[in-house]
Design a binder for this molecule. Structure first.
Ligand code: AMP
Ligand code: GLY
Length: 423
């Protein structure tokens, strides 16, 4: 079977690597890939937003199954485009992808289906957002407020403002922060307090299968300080959620979300990724993503034992409830190694050392994100997040110990990472 993976980060390296373990896969193509992906797949230079060129390539190259990594192509309707050409692809349609590509749509959807989320107000201009803020509906001027751009903003579109003054500043700056279109609509939310959890599920339109619960670490600095990033590390650990909490999330969030999508005419097929806040009053949805997370995927897929091709076919055919998905017991961790300057402008072209030794360690896999092959045939940095050092273990401390031991063997000029992932 020929597989086509769309994307070029650590997430896509983990997806390609998981497909490469399937006996059913003969060849993997990846658009556009990176130096690590190039070791297991043929990389093709088509951008993720060129969905027409991607579909033409898939038709011409006898692709049997396409898997989309990131939200950009999904929001543009890559699934609809491929389906209209009779090509098999895993992921939500453009209509279902609105759950991620419009925060205002997602919030209204949650209200329509009684799904617990933070109280919110939606505004179509900076002036009306400030008027809404002063209505007091989300608390008085001393309350923290979360200011969000409606559209896709690669993690930059959310500001946690401590009070009214900071919130107004965030509202005024949102357009320049994310680019005008994404901030045309602004969502204001009450600030929730609790423990954050990410829970992902394979979905086939009606049924779902949960993945191990994960926790992300979004800030660049240790102790959750400094600017937000795409994610500096993740862990999976079954004890992140109790059986009762999982049941409550299924009952109050996942089941009504899938029912709501089906009832509104866009049954959800693909990966549903819930950003949740576990508050004193129960779980609340912070956001929907309609794809795998990066670096959540790296931690999750190293624990997957079932053939990913079988799972993809079940998502497409609506037969997820007929299969049992098996996971390695224990826990896993991914620590991101980033280039100097990240999350601002990362420096590129630094030679990466020690990777061969690190990957030989027990239980360790190193996924490439921003890497390329330099002029002297060296592996060099080529992006902000460079590598995701991932390890499985009997428990979370075991996994972390292995990951950090591997990191001790890797270096380049300006390499930065957090030493407190999973702590
Ligand atoms: P989002 O992209 O909507 O998940 O927001 C990014 C991050 O902002 C989340 O991972 C949370 O840490 C934080 N966040 C978003 N919404 C809220 C909220 N209503 N209350 C508290 N924190 C939030
Ligand atoms: N790591 C967060 C995300 O992929 O959205």
């Amino acid at each position: 079977m020929n597989i086509f993976v769309i994307g070029s980060g650590g997430r896509e390296h983990a997806i390609c690597s998981t497909f490469s373990k399937s006996k059913r896969v003969s060849k993997i193509y990846c658009a556009q890939g990176n130096a690590g992906i190039a070791e297991i797949a043929e990389c093709v230079p088509i951008a993720s937003d060129d969905i027409r060129a991607l579909s033409v390539f898939a038709s011409a190259s006898d692709i049997d199954l396409t898997f989309v990594g990131g939200e950009t192509s999904l929001a543009l309707g890559i699934v609809d485009e491929f389906q209209s050409r009779g090509l098999r692809i895993v992921g939500p349609t453009k209509a279902a992808a609105y759950l991620e590509s419009s925060k205002a749509f997602a919030k209204d959807f949650m209200v329509r289906h009684n799904i617990p989320t933070a109280r919110y107000l939606t505004s179509v201009s900076t002036e009306s957002a400030i008027r809404e803020l002063d209505s007091g509906a989300l608390g008085d001027a001393s309350h923290p407020i979360v200011v969000k751009a409606d559209g896709l903003a690669a993690g930059k579109g959310v500001v946690l403002a401590e009070n009214r003054v900071k919130a107004i500043q965030a509202i005024n700056e949102m357009s320049s922060l994310v680019g005008t279109a994404a901030a045309d609509v602004i969502v204001l939310e009450e600030c929730l307090v609790g423990r954050e959890i990410s829970l992902l599920a394979f979905c086939d339109g009606e049924n779902f299968a949960l993945m191990p619960p994960t926790r992300d670490h979004k800030r660049i600095g240790e102790g959750d300080t400094g600017p937000n990033t795409g994610g500096m590390g993740t862990i999976t650990d079954d004890s992140l959620l109790s059986a009762e909490q999982t049941d409550e999330i299924i009952e109050t969030v996942i089941a009504p979300t899938l029912r709501g999508c089906a009832d509104e005419g866009f049954p959800f097929r693909g990966i549903l990724f819930l950003g949740l806040m576990m508050t004193a009053d129960g779980p609340r949805v912070l956001e929907y993503n309609v794809r795998f997370g990066d670096p959540e995927t790296q931690s999750i897929l190293v624990r997957l034992e079932t053939d990913l091709v079988d799972i993809c076919e079940a998502m497409i055919n609506g037969t997820l409830s007929d299969m049992e998905i098996r996971w390695k017991p224990g826990a896993s961790a991914t620590v991101v190694l980033a280039a100097e300057g990240y999350p601002g402008s990362p420096r590129k072209g630094d030679v990466i050392n020690g990777l061969d030794e690190a990957t030989k360690l027990d239980g360790v896999t190193v996924f490439h994100a921003g890497t390329s092959i330099g002029a002297n045939n060296d592996l060099v940095t080529a992006g902000g997040r460079v590598l995701g050092v991932t390890a499985i273990g009997d428990n979370i401390s075991h996994a972390l110990e292995r990951a950090y031991k591997a990191i001790g063997l890797i270096n380049w000029a300006g390499m930065q990472y957090r030493r407190d992932i999973g702590k």
